[in-house]
Design a protein around this ligand. Sequence first.
Ligand SMILES: [Zn+2]
Length: 237
Amino acid sequence: MASITRQELELLIQLQDAELEAAKTEALLEQLPGQLAALDAELEKAFFLVREKKDTLDALKKEYRQLEADFESGQARIQKRKAQLHNVKNNKDYQALLKEIEDIRQSGSRKEDEMLGLLDTIEAAEKAVSHAEKHYAEQKTVVEEKKREMEESAASRRERFEELKEAASSISEMLDPKLKKRYCTIRNQSGGLAVVSVEDAVCRGCHLNIPPQTYNELHQGDELRYCPHCYRMIYVL
Ligand SMILES: [Zn+2]
């Protein structure tokens, strides 16, 4: 069994702490593009809502203009038929013309009612557009603020990540290469956690009991010992 000094053990623990925090920091940094994209998608939804409301309003206005045009052409036809009334030779044609004028007038009156109803709908649609625009503007401010905050915290995370990597590499240089190699092997096999404490005879890596003899020997603190269950390097505080 290899011997280990308290100082070496502490270096290993520091190395592990730096590496674990670096990994956590890196994982958080990797989430950033997705988080930014989610914010953009949220804003885009608000933008599409504005467009949808504007399209609805445009369609209603178009419908109104069509009704107006139809109504006006009806009025022109009425004037034309009225002029024709003077030239009609017999009563039958006269009555037919009168009926036609009345039909056009009634249809025009229905169009006017429809136009009046549409004006209310258009007013509501205009309100919906300005509501959606207001919501979009608010969302835009919120999203921009959130993105700015995220970028800022990402920048300080990046800085921290670099610090941790530097710390890890300078600690590594202080370690005995063989010990470092052993640490790396265990770390890679144990999900990043290679050195764990034993508390009340329980390994904090796998939460299983350490045999009493190993536990007693651990307190001497001069030999590098391993958990018999998870094979991690163990120590007592
Ligand atoms: Zn263990």
